[in-house]
Structure formats: structure tokens, C-alpha cells
Design a protein around this ligand. Structure first.
Ligand code: C2E
Ligand code: CA
Ligand code: CA
Length: 695
């Protein structure tokens, strides 16, 4: 499309000459409009479509610079050339100062260069216009984005900041401009706090791959620290010569906060907000690494709340949770801030005393903890009691890495539990061997029942007046396919702890009943068989019903069965025990108190139980010939007591004649021990019923 020129001139011949020159231009004609005065000229401009204006500043309605300025105001973005006389270029030059692009001198209107010059002027104006728009667009964009932008010249002096950069650095653009970039944009390493060379400076030195490695923070003019992420790039001129650099950076505090929060969540227990296992492991490893240098002995305390399950079951999980939180608080109060209290899982806590100089001091902390937890907790307005068992492992004696230390502290904790809870134990290597053996036995025990590896041996009880067999005690034996005979001492306690004692006890009772029946059928009726019952079995809800079912199923007369229970078992819950014993009595089952004298039974309670037999513990019998009369006196007293309670008294572990003589002299009813017979298998026992005891 042809360029359109507006000629504003009252000189008709000028108009004609220009129309002629422009209308017939060789390299493409112009469209030409003309008006004789400024006002119609302004109207025409307002209508649009004009690319350049030629004006004679001597118009009927306006003259000189006043005329030019009005025109220029109306056509700021258009090239304006003035038309002047050859000898009067002064006004034309003044117009250029006011914004005109140039002038045409009368006399040269028909010069072939005129159209070309006009075309150049129009083109240049259009380019400038585009440039202006591009710049405006860039300006607006830079100021509306959230990222901060800063640019420097070749000398590293700031020449531009966008609004975000002004905000982040707290430097107004005008003040920042011309200052060294390091002053406006102070960056330090997050971890070390050391100043970092500004990436813009690297770029100016010709390093194209500049950027801040790692995490850094911007220190603004007021000293505020803002974590940032950045990228920088060089600015080059059209010859690819470096003329400056630009850096874009953004405030990443929200990301940093979010990351930190997620990291915290991953490393902490949500219930107590204590460090989790993962973090604990890190801390232990760190403490170990530092210990080698600082001559410290990092100590691990492994805690397990005693009977926490009971709290959970009886008071509900809500109370359980709050108890854990409250315990966590008290634990924190027992240690130094440099120590780590972590929740290891469930009701287990592990405490790292990172900086212990004397490992024995760990005992003080452990005692402090036991003491701290001894005060009842008030949760939901109810008192909750708890205590804890603590195992202690010390680096480097009990392990040289986190895993080993934790494991051994855990083992020691189990030991503390065995020692009656609410105490602490330092780890000893022997515990580990025990733990291994224990594990081995437990896994083998599971198989033993299925594979029928158990058998019962029988030891006779003898009437001391006439040496007749009054009955037998059934004693469990485990014939392991590889280990051979395993004594109950090695496995009963373990079976009790892992609960296997219940099915094992079922088997024992049933086997004893079956044996009673077999002997009856072999012509030896009414053999009384004593069966040992452990605490765990006795506490089973269906213990009585199950026993009754076994009597029924095997066709056993309950009167042939004697249950042996220790004092401790009976005393644990006197009311339940009394009730249970009464039920057994009602069906004819006999009750014996085993290991009598070793427990803490209160005689007044004992007298309330329907007890048939007191079995005096071996230790007393053994003492008869040991320290002479003194210990014998105890046995004598126990025998008298049994007689007063109208119970039969049996002495266990009778090994020699001296003991026998003493027992007889004190009118003890029965005896049981190697002197008469060791425990033997059912076949030998059956033979003994025929031959009697050879004493
Ligand atoms: P206990 O009930 O006190 O059984 C008596 C233990 O003393 C038996 O050991 C027996 O062999 C041993 N003994 C008998 N006479 C003498 C003697 O003159 N001298 C010495 N030194 N020892 C004698 P055993 O069979 O090794 O059983 C040990 C413990 O294991 C039993 O002590 C009992 O508490 C438990 N136990 C055995 N069988 C069973 C069972 O079937 N169920 C349960 N729950 N526990 C059992
Ligand atoms: Ca017994
Ligand atoms: Ca006993």
C-alpha cells in the first residue's frame, strides 16, 4: 500500500509541484492529500491513514513555531517535514529542535531525491515506533512478573532493576543505578554464611555457566535474609560483544519453608513430635563420629513402658496417646538439650546421651527417668500410672555403630523387664547369648508341639510312715531331635513369656489324664497325678472349662488330678484364685501349693483357700543337714503350720537319710526326691507301682 502524505500549505503552486513530484515518484507513487490551513489539517490527521506530513508554517490560521507545536502535538508519532524558502532555513532548523524530522526547500520540490528522502523518514519513524512498543512491552512485563530482574553494565554496575528486584533488595532503582552489583545484591551461602561471588560477575568475566551452586540467601539492604534461586545470562550487542549481564532471581522462602516442614514431618513422630527412628539413627551416627575425637561415650537408653498395653486396652487409645505425649514431655525434662529423646515405636523410646564423659553417669539419668515417671499422670481427670524398663548401651563397649548399640540397649531393656520392670540394666555380653538362646528355644518350641517332641516323666511321692507310693508328679520333658533331652528349666520360662505355655499346658494335662486312664486299665486304679500349672495358664479365662472338658474327653476321674500352683500365682489375684480353686474343689480336683515357703504368701489368705497339700520347697529340705538345727527349724515350723491348717505336707527334694530322718521326726506326711526315685518314664513308673520303693 502506498504511503499517504498530507500537505498543509496555502501556497497552491507548492502543492501542485509536490503532488507532481510525489504522485509520479519512480520507485512507487505516494498518495497525497492537501489542505490549505492548520485546522482542516488537524481534522484530516484525526481521521487517520496519514504516514507523513509536509507543512508550510505560514498558514492563514497559524504561523511559525506555534503552528508547528500544535501540529506536532497532534501527530507525535508521524514524521513532519517543514516546507521553507531556500534562504530561510533558520525556522526549519528550529522546527527540527521541536521534533520535525527535516525540511524541504522550495526550488527542490521536484528533485528526484525528495520521494526517497520522504520514504526513509517514514520508515525510520515506523522502526522507532516498533522499538518503542517493544520496549514498553518489556518494561510492563518486567514490572509485572514476580521474579526479580537486575542487569549490570560491563563494569558490573547496576543499570536496571525491575519492581520485584527493588522490593527484594530494598534498593530503589534510582539509588541502585550505577552502584557495584555486590553492594545492591549481597548473596551469602545458606550453610556457611559466607559471601558468594555474584554470578553476574562471573558472566562479565566470560564464564557462561554461571549460577549459584547450592543454596543461598539474599541479604537485603536492611539485613533481612531471603532464600533465593537464580539464573544469570549475558547481554550482547549486535556484534555479539558482551555489554552487560542480567540476573533473574526469586524468593524461595515458601519452598524452603515447605521443604523444611516436610523434612520435619519425615523425621519426627506426629504424636509426640519427637525425632523418629530415622533421625535418631543419624544423631547416633553423628555422636559416634564426634566421640572418637571428643573422648565422649555416647550412651543409649532404650525404654519400654511397663504394661502400656493394659492402659490402652482398659482406658482406650485416646488416653494411651495422651499418656505417650505426657511421657515424652517428662523424658525431655530429664535430659540436656544436646541429648535426643526419640520415639522408637509404640511405647518404646530411645534416648541418646550424646556427650557423656563417664558412662556410669547414665545410671543417674536412668534413675531420674524412673523417678520422673513414678508420679501418676493426670489424663482426662483420671490418674494413670506407668513405669518403664530401661536398657543401657554405651559406645564403644556395647556396639560401635548405631544399629548394634540400639539392639544391645534393647536386649538390656528386656533384661530389666525380667528383673521385675521399673528398673534399668546396663548391657552385658552375656545378655546377648541369652537372647540368642532364647530365640532359638522359642522357635524350636513351636515345632516341638506339632512334632510330638514332649513326653511326661513321673516322680513318685512317698508316705513317710509306710513308704507307700501316694501318687506321682508329672514332669515335662522335651526330647529335641538334635539336642536330646531338654530340662524344663531351660524352656518353661520362655514358653510362659511367648504364650506357648498354654497349648503346652493343655497337652500336659491331657497326657497326664490319658496316663491315669492307661494305668487304671493296666490294673493300677486311682493313681493320683500332680500336674504343674503356670501362672499364665491359671490366668486363662477358660482354664477351668478346658480342664473339665479334658477330664470328660479322656474319661478321667477328677479326683485323681492334683494341680500344683505356686504361692505367687495364687496371691496375685486372691479373689479370682479363691473362686477358681473352689470350682476345682467342687468337681473333686486336689490343690497343692508348690515351692511353699519361697513366695510371699500371707498365711491368713492361704488359710482361706481350699488347699489339700503344701509342698515344702527343696531349698528348705536341702538346708536341713547344712547349717544344723537352725534351718531345720524352719522346715519344722512349716510342717507344724501345715498340720494346723489341716493340710498334708510334702517335702520336696529329699536326697539323703539324714533329711528323711528329720522329716519323719517332725511327722512330715510325705516326701519326694532322688532318695526315693528320680523322675522316670511311664513304663518304669508303672513297674515301681508293682515293686514299691526300695528304701
Ligand atoms: P517343680 O514343680 O518344683 O518340680 C520339682 C523339680 O525338682 C523337678 O525338676 C524334679 O526333677 C526336681 N527334683 C525332684 N527330686 C529332686 C531331688 O531330690 N533333688 C533335686 N536336686 N531335684 C529334685 P524338673 O523336672 O527339672 O522341673 C523343674 C521345674 O519345671 C518344676 O519344678 C516346675 O516348676 C517346672 N515344670 C516341670 N514340668 C512342668 C509342666 O508340665 N508344666 C509346668 N508349668 N511347669 C513344669
Ligand atoms: Ca511341682
Ligand atoms: Ca516344687
Amino acid at each position: 500500500m502506498a504511503n499517504r502524505v498530507l500537505i498543509i500549505s496555502a501556497v497552491a503552486e507548492d502543492v501542485l509541484a509536490l503532488r507532481d513530484a510525489l504522485g509520479n515518484a519512480r520507485d512507487g507513487p505516494f498518495d497525497v492529500d492537501d489542505v490549505p490551513a492548520l485546522d482542516p489539517g488537524l481534522q484530516r490527521l484525526a481521521a487517520g491513514g496519514i504516514d507523513a506530513v509536509l507543512v508550510n508554517l505560514a498558514l492563514p490560521d497559524a504561523q511559525g513555531m506555534a503552528c508547528f507545536d500544535r501540529l506536532h502535538d497532534a501527530a507525535r508519532h508521524l514524521p513532519i517535514l517543514t516546507l521553507c524558502d531556500l534562504d530561510d532555513e533558520a525556522q526549519a532548523k528550529e522546527a527540527v529542535q521541536h521534533g520535525a524530522q527535516g525540511w524541504l526547500s522550495r526550488g527542490y520540490f521536484d528533485n528526484y531525491l525528495v520521494p526517497q528522502a520522504l520514504r526513509n523518514v517514514i520508515e525510520r519513524m515506523k522502526v522507532e515506533q516498533r522499538l518503542y512498543i517493544a520496549q514498553a512491552r518489556a518494561q510492563i512485563t518486567l514490572n509485572s512478573i514476580g521474579d526479580a530482574v537486575i542487569s549490570v553494565d560491563m563494569h558490573g554496575s547496576v543499570d536496571y532493576l525491575n519492581i520485584a528486584a527493588e522490593r527484594m533488595t530494598a534498593w530503589p532503582r534510582d539509588e541502585a543505578r550505577g552502584r557495584p552489583v555486590a553492594e545492591v545484591l549481597e548473596i551469602v551461602d545458606t550453610a556457611t554464611g559466607q559471601a558468594i561471588v555474584n554470578p553476574l560477575e562471573y558472566i562479565l568475566q566470560g564464564d557462561p555457566a554461571a549460577g549459584i551452586a547450592g543454596e543461598c540467601v539474599l541479604v537485603d539492604r536492611r539485613g533481612r535474609h531471603i532464600p533465593i534461586e537464580d539464573s544469570a545470562a549475558p547481554i550482547r550487542d549486535w556484534n555479539q560483544r558482551l555489554v552487560g549481564a542480567v540476573m533473574v532471581f526469586r524468593d524461595v522462602s515458601r519452598n524452603v519453608a515447605l521443604t523444611a516442614k516436610m523434612q520435619h514431618l519425615a523425621q519426627h513422630d506426629f504424636l509426640t513430635n519427637l525425632p523418629s527412628r530415622v533421625l535418631l539413627n543419624d544423631r547416633v551416627s553423628l555422636a559416634i563420629a564426634l566421640a572418637r575425637r571428643s573422648k565422649a561415650y555416647p550412651v543409649l537408653l532404650f525404654l519400654d513402658l511397663d504394661k502400656f498395653k493394659h492402659v490402652n486396652d482398659s482406658l482406650g487409645h485416646g488416653v494411651g496417646d495422651r499418656l505417650l505425649q505426657a511421657v515424652a514431655e517428662r523424658l525431655l525434662a530429664c535430659v540436656r538439650t544436646s541429648d535426643t529423646v526419640s520415639r522408637y515405636g509404640g511405647d518404646e523410646f530411645v534416648i541418646l546421651l550424646a556427650d557423656e564423659r563417664h558412662p556410669q553417669d547414665a545410671a543417674l539419668t536412668a534413675e531420674k527417668i524412673l523417678h520422673a515417671l513414678a508420679t501418676p499422670f493426670l489424663i482426662d481427670e483420671q490418674e494413670v500410672h506407668t513405669s518403664t524398663s530401661i536398657g543401657i548401651g554405651v559406645f564403644p563397649f556395647d556396639g560401635t555403630d548405631a544399629a548394634a548399640l540400639i539392639k544391645n540397649a534393647d536386649t538390656a531393656m528386656y533384661h530389666a523387664k525380667e528383673r521385675g520392670r521399673n528398673n534399668f540394666q546396663f548391657f552385658h555380653q552375656a545378655m546377648n547369648q541369652r537372647a540368642v538362646e532364647r530365640q532359638l528355644i522359642e522357635s524350636n518350641l513351636r515345632r516341638a508341639l506339632e512334632q510330638g517332641e514332649f513326653t511326661l516323666h513321673y516322680q513318685p511321692k512317698i508316705d513317710l510312715q509306710n513308704h507307700r507310693i501316694t501318687g506321682v508328679e508329672a514332669l515335662l520333658r522335651w526330647i529335641h531331635p538334635e539336642w536330646g533331652l531338654v530340662q524344663p528349666e531351660r524352656f518353661i520360662a520362655i514358653a510362659e513369656e511367648c504364650g506357648l505355655i498354654v497349648p503346652i499346658g493343655h497337652w500336659v494335662l491331657r497326657e497326664a489324664c490319658l496316663q491315669a486312664v492307661r494305668w487304671r486299665e493296666a490294673g493300677i486304679p486311682g493313681v493320683s497325678i500332680a500336674v504343674n500349672v503356670s501362672a499364665v495358664e491359671f490366668r486363662q479365662r477358660d482354664f477351668f472349662d478346658h480342664a473339665l472338658a479334658v477330664f470328660e474327653e479322656t474319661g478321667t476321674d477328677p479326683a485323681c488330678i492334683q494341680l500344683e500352683l505356686t504361692e505367687t500365682v495364687l496371691m496375685r489375684d486372691v479373689a479370682t484364685s479363691a473362686d477358681l480353686l473352689a470350682r476345682f474343689k467342687s468337681v473333686g480336683v486336689k490343690i497343692a501349693v508348690d515351692d511353699f515357703g519361697t513366695g510371699y504368701s500371707s498365711l491368713s489368705y492361704l488359710s482361706q483357700f481350699p488347699i489339700d497339700v503344701l509342698k515344702i520347697d527343696q531349698s528348705f529340705v536341702r538346708a536341713i543337714d547344712g547349717a544344723g538345727g537352725k534351718n531345720g527349724a524352719i522346715v519344722g515350723a512349716v510342717i507344724d503350720m501345715g498340720r494346723n491348717l489341716h493340710q498334708r505336707v510334702i517335702a520336696e527334694g529329699v536326697e539323703d537319710e539324714e533329711q528323711l530322718a528329720f522329716l519323719k521326726a517332725h511327722e512330715c506326711n510325705e516326701g519326694q526326691g532322688y532318695l526315693f526315685s528320680r523322675p522316670v518314664d511311664a513304663v518304669l513308673m508303672q513297674a515301681m507301682f508293682g515293686t514299691g520303693i526300695p528304701v
